[in-house]
Ligand binder design. Structure first.
Ligand code: NDP
Length: 394
């Protein structure tokens, strides 16, 4: 029995709150804290049991520490934005609370993310006897656990890893992003990057694409190579196990890419301030204010997501090709937690990550990525809490 504090009452925060509320035997008390109290209260009203809500600025360490000291949770689940990661880690250190997030730190004024800033906290978490679990969403998160599972159960060495993320859903909107528009657009307009033969190779945005045939009726879709944060930790993890190539791919519709191209061409995705009518505005933040709130897509989205790892390697001196994946149905998610599948596939692993910590299933002092722990208990919980997976040998 443990108290949990969820920070961030957006699309993902809503799912985390629902999923924690469904497991009272583990999460005895829940506090949902975010910048806008009304959003916390709206989510609280959907839940099967009462929770505490609070208004907080997660960037204000002193304010966060005071809230943590007052509520005294065992773990904080950060589903605010990547900009808050370091401040929330600071607050957890000061208040003696374990930490879980789903996206690595990104400075607001540079579209660049990497783990080094958060890995630098390892010794401080270790000295305090606390655990910080990084990237406990789907990708990163479950994809890291899938890879660790594949290595543990099915491979002696892994030569090639392709993480492939398909959203085969449709929300009927001319242009919308399935999670925070600012973070999503920063990610997809950045240069691509993949790992090949001991080094990272950079590409232009969307420069490399191919067709991938997805299972269970989704069928062939065009996938684009992106840089994604789990490649950084997974390359480190798999290098001693024979890794030659690691790539991340995502599907985008032609319609999405056309809108994005136009928005980029007219400067609406810029993240530097533009002086306009007496004040500085950041075009991408203004664009976010105009686009549909991802949480509003829940009732509109139909279809499925399919996220998995396609792996080539060797077992018992023989070559082996393997695919492990989850399929998640937008409408089923909405029926359960009033959110679409992108928020669902992120929020469920965030809850499970916190569960691994408070039940003592994953133990450690310091800062860890998902693949550093035994994947087995996490894999079982995915089946139990709404993200069943399948594996096939090709
Ligand atoms: P949203 O924009 O819907 O929600 C973010 C929430 O954080 C909002 O409620 C927002 O408040 C709140 N917030 C922002 N800044 C602060 C602050 N300073 N203090 C307190 N609260 C704050 O985003 P999503 O729910 O779509 O995404 C949440 C996180 O999940 C992101 O970090 C995203 O990158 C990550 N993610 C990870 C995935 C994975 O698979 N690993 C996949 C998808 C998302 P307000 O309501 O006032 O705006």
């Amino acid at each position: 029995m443990a108290k949990v504090m969820i920070v961030g009452a957006g699309g993902v925060g809503q799912v985390v709150a629902h999923k924690c509320a469904q497991v009272p035997e583990v999460f005895s008390e829940i506090c949902l804290a975010s910048r806008t109290l009304a959003r916390c209260e709206k989510i609280a009203a959907q839940l099967p049991r009462p929770i505490r809500t609070a208004q907080v600025d997660a960037d204000n360490v002193a304010e966060m520490v005071a809230l943590l000291r007052d509520f005294q949770p065992e773990v904080l689940i950060n589903v605010a934005l990547p900009y808050q990661d370091l401040n929330l880690m600071e607050a957890c250190l000061e208040a003696g609370v374990n930490y879980v997030d789903t996206a690595n730190y990104e400075p607001p004024d540079v579209a660049h993310f990497e783990y080094s800033w958060q890995w630098a906290y390892h010794d401080r978490f270790r000295e305090k006897g606390l655990l910080a679990l990084l990237g406990s969403g789907f990708d990163p998160g479950v994809t890291n656990v899938f890879t660790a599972w594949a290595l543990k159960k099915h491979f002696d060495t892994i030569q090639e890893l392709d993480i492939i993320d398909a959203n085969a859903g449709d929300h009927g909107q001319p242009f919308a992003t399935n999670f925070n528009p600012e973070i999503n657009i920063r990610e997809v307009t950045a240069n691509g990057k993949y790992y090949r033969d001991g080094k990272f190779v950079e590409t232009k945005p969307m420069e490399i694409s191919r067709i991938y045939d997805f299972p269970e009726g989704i069928g062939p879709k065009k996938i684009y190579l992106l840089w994604h944060e789990e490649l950084e930790s997974l390359v480190k993890f798999l290098r001693p196990h024979g890794l030659q190539q690691a790539r991340f791919w995502m599907t985008f519709s032609d319609n999405y890419l056309k809108h994005l191209e136009v928005l980029q061409n007219v400067g609406m995705t810029r993240i530097d301030p533009v002086h306009f009518q007496g004040q500085d505005i950041i075009p991408l933040q203004f664009l976010k204010a105009l686009l549909p709130d991802p949480a509003s897509l829940g009732p509109l989205t139909k279809g499925k997501t399919c996220i998995g790892c396609h792996i080539k390697g060797r077992k018992d001196a023989k070559e082996r090709e393997y695919y492990i994946y989850n399929i998640c149905d937008h409408e089923e998610c909405y029926r359960e937690v009033q959110s679409q599948a992108i928020s669902y596939t992120t929020g469920v692993p965030a809850m499970i990550g916190a569960m691994m910590i408070v039940t003592g299933t994953w133990e450690g002092h310091g800062v860890f990525n998902m693949e550093q722990f035994d994947p087995e208990p996490f894999m079982h919980k995915l089946n139990q809490y709404g993200l069943p997976w399948k594996e096939v040998f090709l």
